[in-house]
Design a protein around this ligand. Structure first.
Ligand SMILES: Nc1ncnc2c1ncn2[C@@H]1O[C@H](COP(=O)(O)OP(=O)(O)OP(=O)(O)O)[C@@H](O)[C@H]1O
Length: 228
């Protein structure tokens, strides 16, 4: 579960990104975060995995008190949250399976366990036959699948995605969305910032609209609500 109480964020340069955000996201929910450019969506998302810290207010993710979390406990939090980015952020000199295994190797899992789990997640995203390829040899959609596999490697309870279809063509975007749906159907909470009107209006889920650093709309089976 994710909970924010009166969260404010001002960046060191004085930019006010969030102003008094309170929200609760339950286990298993699928939530779109929408809003104009610069509204505060990425900031809202970054606070959840402690990429950024709030200036004020409290944030709880799976019982972790985010702003009080000791540095040495951050890896523990990150193991429970998988993150997917618009630009994939794969390591270019590592193969698909090495990229996916990386997070497990960091915590010194046994080679056998790593192999098993990597095979499992690559199968889930439909990339078993690409395991030994380098990211540059894959299409954008396939690269995004690798990054989703990487996000899933520790079996997180939450996946946070910042515009995961932003660099993909419409058809590939739908494939990726079907994958997110399947992951959500298995019980994983999904929080996704997106500018994709068609997807939000078709795959109806909870919608949080952020404008000027505030949540201005929270709908159960919501709509995108903006022109682009
Ligand atoms: N690292 C940073 N340093 C200073 N200001 C920042 C930083 N990150 C974001 N901001 C500012 O905070 C505000 C919110 O930005 P944020 O990236 O959260 O918006 P967004 O809704 O995700 O936008 P977009 O849809 O364009 O990605 C903007 O005014 C932005 O310029």
């Amino acid at each position: 579960m994710i909970e924010m109480h009166d969260v404010w964020k001002t960046y060191p340069n004085g930019a006010v990104a969030l102003q008094g955000v309170s929200v609760r996201i339950d286990k298993g929910e699928f939530v779109y975060v929408v809003g104009p450019s610069g509204a505060g969506k990425s900031t809202f998302i970054k606070l959840m995995y402690r990429e950024e810290r709030p200036s004020k207010g409290s944030i709880f993710v799976n019982g972790f008190n985010i702003e009080r979390l000791k540095e040495r406990k951050i890896p523990l939090l990150r193991r429970q949250i998988g993150v997917v980015f618009q630009d994939f952020k794969l390591l270019p000199n590592m193969t698909v399976q090495e990229n996916v295994a990386f997070a497990l190797e960091v915590i010194e899992a046994s080679p056998k366990k790593i192999r098993q789990r990597v095979n499992e997640v690559l199968e889930l995203v439909g990339l078993t036959d690409k395991a030994k390829d380098l990211p540059a040899h894959l299409s954008g959609g396939q690269q995004q699948r690798v990054s989703i596999a990487r996000a899933l490697i520790n079996n997180p309870s939450v996946i946070i995605a910042d515009e995961p279809t932003g660099n993909l063509d419409p058809e590939t975007s739908w494939d990726i969305m079907r994958l997110f749906e399947e992951i959500n159907n298995r019980g994983t909470t999904i929080v996704m910032a997106t500018h994709n009107k068609e997807i939000v209006n078709t795959l109806k889920r909870r919608v949080l609209a952020v404008e000027g650093g505030q949540i201005v709309r929270d709908q159960k089976r919501g709509v995108y609500g903006y022109e682009n």
